[in-house]
Unconditional design. Structure first.
Ligand SMILES: [Zn+2]
Length: 232
């Protein structure tokens, strides 16, 4: 790698990087991200409620089946008068049991209907919250775009210089640099390997880099911070 060139490139890129960090940490961008997170939470709640509604409808369908079974059972009962006391008592017991089951079924169904009412109210609340957030997100997005423009206009000349410089750098070197840059490693990316240490993260890595960085232009990856190391 042409270390001198890439360090020159990095010096310019650092201005751009600083601007990126400034933008990422700006109140405008943070507000936008916070609103987006709230909207996401809102839509997740809506999806959850939608699934619950589906489950309740399935359960109600089963209850309806159970009601129909009761109806069939009652219809199938003989209407003949019991022949003795024992038979009458047995018939009473069966009837009581049937009534109890029916009451439980009704209670369950009512509980489900009440929950459906609640879900409908909750969904409406989340939905209006979501719509309100959408408006706020649009406004926040405009504000952060304005901020971005403002920051970018301050560093425009560096961008131009960087593009100019790019032409004189070996694309392979640039590719290595950009790969690390894209991996969200904090700048500087290209750092010196000195006294057995990575000057990026400060870790002692002499043994891990055994035999590497022998010739000028040699590079190695820091096993701790993934930065590109060179030796002066
Ligand atoms: Zn390191």
């Amino acid at each position: 790698m042409n270390i001198e060139k890439i360090l020159e490139y990095q010096a310019l890129d650092q201005v751009i990087y600083k601007a990126e960090v400034e933008y990422a940490n700006s109140d405008e961008n943070k507000k936008y991200n916070a609103l987006r997170a709230r909207a996401k939470a809102c839509s997740e709640q809506l999806i959850k409620l939608d699934h619950e509604t589906g489950d309740i409808f399935k359960e109600l369908e089963r209850k309806e089946g159970a009601f129909a079974d009761f109806g069939a059972e009652i219809k199938s009962r003989p209407v003949s008068t019991p022949k003795n006391l024992d038979q009458a008592a047995k018939s009473d017991d069966a009837l009581i049991k049937l009534e109890e089951n029916l009451a439980a079924l009704e209670k369950d169904s009512n509980r489900l209907f009440r929950r459906l009412d609640e879900i409908s109210r909750e969904s409406q609340q989340y939905f209006s919250q979501f719509m309100k957030l959408r408006g706020e997100i649009n406004a926040a997005n405009e504000a952060r775009n304005e901020k971005r423009k403002q920051i970018l206009s301050g560093i425009a000349e560096y961008g131009i210089k960087l593009n100019e410089l790019k032409k004189s750098i070996d694309p392979k070197d640039l590719e290595i640099y950009q790969k690390v840059r894209g991996a969200k490693v904090k700048l500087p990316i290209v750092v010196e390997f000195k006294d057995g240490n990575c000057r990026g993260c400060g870790m002692h890595i002499e043994t891990e880099l055994h035999g590497k960085l022998q010739n000028p232009g040699d590079i190695a990856e820091c096993p701790h911070c993934r930065r590109i190391l060179y030796r002066k």
